[in-house]
Design a protein around this ligand. Structure first.
Ligand SMILES: Nc1ncnc2c1ncn2[C@@H]1O[C@H](COP(=O)(O)OP(=O)(O)OP(=O)(O)O)[C@@H](O)[C@H]1O
Length: 484
């Protein structure tokens, strides 16, 4: 844990305020160069390291403020940055944060448009005392925490545990008009108390949208408590949701335990997979939603709760109501503001956007420098059905970035299940013969094994794993021109 991670929320509120006052994006880095907060473009890069050789890393080393208005000029302090070529920043100001003379972080202000650059050129000198003041406030907060710690009070931060890292609507990527419409509706209801029901297959972004509704609403500084109703055994779900009094059942804690509704008081509860709530519990849930009170299991007291409910499911609740496995009254209680997220295969035009987004994210995270996807691969991936939706696509890109040898990612870096899909796709489109397709597939499997660090070029182990003889392996490597 670095100094800054102890005051994450405090720092993010400063980043938000500076950004609002100056009308520019702000990012704040800790002493290891990790972004602990960010606004706009940078909000999606929180938790990721700044590139090696970057301007902000230089400020961490020198402890001196600086500004750059032409990143790509030969003498710019960005020349050693691994991301220089893909950098979209037009102007940057960096100001160090010190604690007892030691540099423990950097406040960065960034302009992406010519107008922002112009503004920064004119006002940067005037902003220095303001940045100095902000830097001193952060230092003061860190010293205050040290003092508390020395006194023996184990103060973490004022933030309750359940307050999550904020998610902003701007972080939701996708150009599809259906998705934009859903996001526009979600924005409209962020400020309301009404129950939202998110529908959509797994991995379509239901939880992300729920967090954005919470973060951009008036409850943003209160808890966001998520519970996955499908992941908890039926016998435990009731006490997880509503809590229990001491001694309510064998093995329960003597002092009792608050349920998720209590923990979400004043904030938002996210009932994920609400379609999996057993019938036996549905009346109690309905009562809590209607009366806004909870009774712990084994308790007699009625507790008033003030929670905003966001529920989500991939199930066909209407059919469940007809079959009698989901109560109709509960269905109506939840279905006040229904929002449906389309599966990726119904908005294929967005696939290249996601590929680009995650390529940038994992390229940065894994410090792979500038990466590009082969155009025919993008075409191929846009044709794939993505049953696991954005989550699956994200994982596939993470895999490919890990496997990438150079800056261009082609189909050799695909995960195996997608390679198989590739071969099938090619058969449909290019009319390649079965023999050729099998050969392509065989070559890619062998290449993958040979590149795998798990086998470290141990041919005998690879042959054994693939259940072929060593000589067959060598023969195939020769046939496919793979390095022996
Ligand atoms: N519009 C989007 N823009 C960027 N990333 C997204 C978007 N939608 C989803 N993601 C990312 O995809 C992944 C899956 O999203 P999320 O967990 O919100 O899906 P879900 O519908 O709640 O899935 P499940 O039903 O399986 O819980 C997450 O990493 C999320 O950040």
């Amino acid at each position: 844990m670095t100094e800054f991670s102890r005051i994450e929320k405090f720092i993010q509120s400063y980043a938000d305020n500076i950004s609002k006052v100056l009308g520019l994006d702000v990012t704040i880095l800790d002493e290891q160069g990790i972004r602990v907060s960010g606004t706009g473009y940078y909000s999606d890069l929180i938790g990721l390291p700044a590139p090696e050789g970057s301007f902000f890393r230089m400020i961490l080393q020198t402890g001196q403020p600086g500004m750059i208005f032409d990143m790509k000029k030969n003498d710019s302090q960005c020349m050693n940055c691994k991301f220089l070529q893909q950098c979209r920043e037009l102007a940057t100001i960096g100001f160090p944060v010190h604690k007892r003379e030691k540099t423990v972080g950097v406040i960065g202000i960034i302009g992406f448009s010519p107008e922002q650059k112009e503004k920064m050129l004119h006002h940067s000198e005037k902003w220095m005392p303001f940045l100095q003041h902000t830097s001193s406030l952060i230092e003061h907060k860190l010293l205050e925490l040290d003092a508390e710690r020395e006194k023996g009070c184990n103060i973490q931060e004022e933030m309750p545990q359940a307050v999550v890292k904020p998610v902003y609507f701007a972080q939701l990527i996708g150009a599809d008009t259906g998705l934009r419409d859903v996001i526009a509706k979600a924005k409209k209801v962020a400020g309301s108390i009404s129950t939202v029901l998110l529908r959509g297959e797994s991995g379509t972004g239901k939880e992300l949208l729920a967090k954005a509704i919470h973060s951009e609403g008036p409850r943003s500084r209160q808890p966001f408590v998520a519970i996955n109703c499908a992941a908890i055994p039926e016998t435990l779900l009731e006490s997880e949701l509503f809590g229990y009094e001491g001694g309510a059942f064998t093995g329960s804690r003597r002092e009792g335990k608050p349920g998720k509704f209590e923990l979400a008081h004043k904030g938002t509860i996210f009932l994920d997979e609400v379609g999996d709530i057993p019938l036996s519990l549905q009346p109690k849930l309905l009562r809590v939603l209607q009366e806004k009170t909870v009774e712990r299991v084994g308790g007699v007291k009625t507790l008033e709760i003030d929670v905003r409910v966001i529920a989500a499911t991939h199930k066909d609740l209407e059919s469940m109501v007809k079959e009698g496995t989901f109560r109709e009254d509960l269905y109506y209680r939840l279905n006040v503001i229904p929002l449906r997220l389309k599966p990726l295969r119904e908005r294929r035009e967005d696939i290249p956007l996601y590929l680009q987004h995650f390529l940038h994210r994992y390229g940065t995270l894994l410090q792979k420098g500038r990466l590009e996807l082969d155009a025919s691969l993008v075409h191929r991936l846009a044709a794939y059905d993505w049953p696991g939706n954005i989550r699956q696509l994200e994982n596939a890109v993470e895999y490919m970035v890990n496997m990438a040898d150079g800056s261009l990612i082609d189909h050799e870096s695909l995960p195996e299940y997608l390679l198989a899909e590739e071969a099938t796709g090619r058969a449909d489109e290019a009319g390649a013969g079965l023999e050729q397709l099998l050969a392509d597939y065989e070559r890619s499997v062998l290449k993958k094994y040979l590149a795998s660090s798990a086998y470290r070029q141990d041919k005998a182990a690879i042959a054994s794993e693939l259940q072929i003889s060593l000589s067959t392996l060598y023969r195939k490597m020769e046939k496919y021109n793979l390095d022996i």
